[in-house]
Design a protein. Structure first.
Length: 252
């Protein structure tokens, strides 16, 4: 961020808030963008916060996710020329019942790079340009869907940031990045409903109030080893790996 910009941690950012943003226009420095994009050809301020990956198309019966955003009249220009990345530490989404969840990367990896499109708009010719972004979202499956979470922002692999921000390459290279993030690398837990109505920037609003969506089970390492049979005995015996048992405090 430029030295003239003061940034404070935000635990509860909302539509219209100004966020640090990496754009394809200035890929090597953060800029201040507004959450909510109004396309430049709109006459009125109508901010768009979400850009569905499938556009106005739907998933086919064979489970193939359509990337309709590429041909969408609303996002056709932006997905080709005006892409960006929003860096965040976590994501807050609501499930089908309106319950908020905090989504995070496993192994405490941060930041998370969210794939976005952006545009600039002004109402009158003498007004300053307002730069805003929309977050690309994808449908989800598996355990997240079982928790009622139907959509998530599109998370980029950090190895693909440079390709995402580069606009002079083939569209196919960008299209290949439009994939849901592997579920095994993310998790989520429910947080208080207060965050939906409270505009305060309070760390306590994101404290967990329930169990994680994907329970992380620890499988005990066991193996079988043949031994000499004595009178009255049969079969083999099982012995736990002692090193594993000591580490987890389970040595009998």
């Amino acid at each position: 961020m430029p030295e003239t910009v003061c940034y404070f941690p935000s635990y509860n950012f909302r539509p219209g808030d100004i966020m640090p943003f990496l754009s394809s226009y200035r890929p090597h420095e953060f800029s201040a963008f507004q959450f909510g994009m109004t396309p430049g050809n709109y006459k009125e301020d109508m901010a768009i916060f979400e850009a569905p990956l499938e556009g106005d198309r739907h998933i086919t019966d064979d489970g193939i996710l359509k990337k309709g955003i590429i041909q969408s009249a609303l996002f056709r220009k932006q997905i080709r020329e005006q892409r960006g990345i929003l860096p965040v530490d976590f994501i807050i989404v609501e499930n089908a019942e309106g319950k908020p969840y905090l989504v995070f990367l496993k192994e405490k990896k941060r930041p998370i790079g969210l794939a976005c499109v952006w545009d600039c708009w002004k109402k009158d010719i003498l007004d300053p340009l307002v730069y805003g972004f929309s977050v690309i979202t994808v449908p989800v499956f598996g355990e997240f869907l079982n928790a009622g979470i139907t959509r998530l922002p599109l998370i980029l692999n950090d190895r693909h940031y440079k390709r995402w921000l580069k606009t002079d390459g083939m569209l196919t290279l960008v299209s290949n990045l439009l994939q849901p993030f592997p579920e095994e690398l993310i998790n989520a837990f429910p947080i208080s409903d207060e965050i939906l109505s409270n505009a305060d920037n309070d760390r306590s609003l994101i404290n967990p109030v329930g169990d994680v969506v994907i329970s992380e089970k620890i499988n005990k390492l066991e193996y079988e080893r043949p031994r000499k049979k004595y009178k009255g005995e049969s079969g083999n015996f099982q012995a736990r790996n002692q090193q594993f048992a000591k580490e987890w405090g389970e040595l009998e």
